[in-house]
Design a protein around this ligand. Structure first.
Ligand code: TRP
Length: 307
């Protein structure tokens, strides 16, 4: 059995069945996620873009001259481009991603769009420390960029671990620029993950289609429903697939039994208060130097320096 199959079986044998969110992203899943970011209900992308556009000059001032910008993720987003357009004297731009395909294609595009920029992609799992490339021009400092509130998809201990990796990669005198989604009216949040067009439901269910195609499982997509509920006490959206009947699914040679109404957890999306995020950043060795929000205070971008 492949490592992936073992991981999938192990997740489905736990008391709370889970499937890792990495299985969202086959080709169709990536397309569906792009569609999510364009939905009227999904306020996160619009709010973050508004913040970037309104404050990019100030951000560029804080990043300063001859810095190395290290993005956790492949750097394919519009937010990255807004930043790069205003950082005209970077020592290097270093996108870090585990998926080589995404990394190379986005690096190629960025090199074409920003001819003077030293683009130095790194294939790595950014949840663990990795070594940085050596740019031709010696950087004066490292600034880690982590947009999209992806930090919210990590549970507390894993988020802390990731912030510590960022701290390490930022090095002496370094900083991080991070997108953090904020706690707010539960209806707004809940609606963002339960859009009227059903794109998010499709995205969530597509995970099962992906497993059926790539790993030979036999999930019946009609027997599961999308669920995304905001738990205000925990400050997180719990995204699940709910079994619509008592059923058995074959995963390799293993039979997995599901009760009617039983859930498979596919992702969390944590929302923070400004104070809550600041205390986590501090525990990882950062101090929050500047917070920008959109007009409605839905989302934040935060510049944190190393203590
Ligand atoms: N990082 C995104 C978020 O937490 C991922 C996401 C958006 C997502 N919509 C989703 C994950 C629906 C699972 C299901 O907002």
């Amino acid at each position: 059995m492949s490592i992936e199959m073992q991981e999938i079986v192990a997740g489905l044998k736990q008391p709370q069945k889970t499937i890792s969110p990495k299985y969202f992203y086959d080709e169709r899943g990536s397309q569906l996620f792009d569609k999510i970011t364009e939905l009227p209900e999904y306020y996160l992308t619009d709010a973050e873009l508004e913040i970037m556009r309104a404050n990019v000059d100030e951000m560029a001032g804080l990043v300063g001259k001859t810095a190395s910008l290290i993005e956790f993720g492949s750097g394919s987003s519009l937010k990255t481009r807004i930043l790069l357009e205003h950082l005209d004297d970077l020592a290097a731009y270093v996108p870090v991603d585990i998926s080589e395909g995404h990394l190379w294609s986005s690096a190629r595009q960025l090199r074409a769009e920003f001819p003077g920029l030293d683009v130095l992609p790194v294939v790595a799992d950014f949840t663990r420390t990795f070594s940085l490339p050596t740019p031709t021009v010696m950087p004066l400092k490292n600034v880690v960029y982590f947009p999209g509130s992806t930090i919210g998809n990590f549970e507390h201990d894993d988020a802390m671990n990731l912030l510590r990796v960022m701290h390490q990669e930022a090095g002496d005198g370094g900083a991080m620029l991070i997108g953090v989604d904020l706690q707010k009216d539960a209806h707004i949040i809940q609606h963002a993950y339960n859009d009227d067009a059903g794109v998010t439901a499709e995205f969530n269910l597509n995970m099962l289609r992906h497993l059926n195609r790539s790993y030979g499982t036999n999930f019946d997509l009609d027997s599961f429903e999308h669920s995304a509920i905001y738990d205000e006490d925990e400050g997180r959206v719990v995204i699940e697939l709910v079994s619509q009947a008592e059923q058995t699914v074959e995963v390799g040679n293993t039979e997995i039994e599901l009760a009617d109404g039983e859930t498979i957890l596919t992702e969390y999306s944590h929302k923070y208060t400004l104070a809550g995020f600041a205390s986590m950043a501090e525990a990882a060795g950062f101090t929050v130097a500047k917070v920008w929000t959109d007009k409605e205070e839905l989302f934040s971008v935060q510049y944190c320096t190393r203590l």
